[in-house]
Unconditional design. Structure first.
Length: 317
């Protein structure tokens, strides 16, 4: 009789199944940020009809596909078989969130570009260096797309809102479908990440030189989003501890005395939500000059939320 002992020690598998690295939280963050920008630029345009939009607000729809491309680049780096990425688009599996997400990402590009083109004024077309350099068929195609977007601007805005909601919610649903991980098995992850995307989207937009009323409107929307996000976080942990069984309570304990307590409460709750909320309320009530502190903290908090949730969800519980 021969006894064989096999010892296996893989840093990628043992003991905690830490398979996802930095690429996934960056993708989730940029996806939620893109969804927030899509919703807010579309809605802000409707509210600004007849009043005129600032140049920054007119150009911000173009930020959405650029940020999404960065997120998809991070996701591409995470793929094990990068040359097989095209297989996502050779089939549609209705029961697969990843399949839905792959096709959703493709729809966002034409929707955001059409919204941006519809918002351009003749002065923008004449003065923006990239547009001025276009000639021939490229310039003609751009002009036709702009005319189409302008003629159907209401439909384009509605499409951006719907796709933005779908993208923002999808970033949470993607984790929520992985029910084997107690921290991720919650229906509240979709709404939580959607509201967080709205908040970070507003924060990103407030970094630009907007009109006074545009900035004030975004600030009001952002304050509401932060309050809702704090409520959803509270409900998330209550659900996790009360309905998740022993594994759910163990997962919640990671944030209440466990290994992720300090980083979560300092980066997400205090610096990423409470502090920006206090700053924005003070700016609105005391007519203070807007500063970059609140938007910057919100962006850091939004990224930290996803980073911590991805790492903590893979921790052994």
């Amino acid at each position: 009789m021969v006894e064989v002992e096999i010892f296996r020690n893989s840093a990628s598998i043992d003991p905690q199944l830490h398979i996802w690295g930095w690429e996934i939280p960056v993708y989730l963050f940029l996806g939620g940020l893109t969804g927030g920008i899509m919703i807010l630029t579309a809605v802000a345009g409707r509210r600004g009809a007849g009043l005129g939009l600032s140049r920054a607000m007119r150009l911000l729809p173009f930020a959405a596909p650029l940020l999404l491309s960065l997120g998809m680049g991070a996701l591409f780096l995470d793929l094990e078989y990068k040359l097989h990425v095209f297989r996502f688009y050779t089939a549609m599996k209705p029961t697969s969130p990843m399949s839905w997400g792959s096709w959703l990402l493709l729809l966002i590009y034409p929707a955001t570009v059409l919204l941006g083109l519809a918002r351009l004024t003749d002065e923008d077309v004449a003065t923006l260096p990239l547009l001025r350099s276009l000639r021939g068929r490229t310039a003609d195609t751009l002009a036709r797309l702009r005319a189409f977007g302008t003629a159907n601007v209401g439909t384009v805005e509605t499409a951006n809102v719907i796709l933005g909601i779908a993208l923002g919610g999808y970033t949470g649903i993607l984790l929520g479908t992985l029910g084997a991980r107690a921290l991720w098995s919650s229906v509240l992850l979709g709404p939580l990440f959607l509201v967080s995307g709205l908040s970070t989207g507003a924060a990103f937009m407030m970094l630009f030189h907007l009109g006074h009323e545009e900035h004030a409107t975004l600030r009001r929307w952002d304050i509401a989003a932060i309050v809702v996000e704090l409520l959803l976080l509270g409900l998330f942990f209550v659900e996790l501890a009360s309905s998740g069984g022993a594994k759910g309570r163990a997962a919640a304990a990671l944030f209440f005395g466990g290994g992720y307590t300090a980083v979560f409460w300092s980066l997400v709750v205090v610096a990423g939500l409470a502090a920006p909320l206090a700053i924005e309320i003070a700016e609105g009530r005391k007519w203070l000059r807007p500063a970059i502190a609140a938007p910057a903290l919100l962006l850091v908090g939004g990224l930290s939320l996803r980073w911590i949730f991805v790492l903590a969800g893979q921790a052994a519980v």
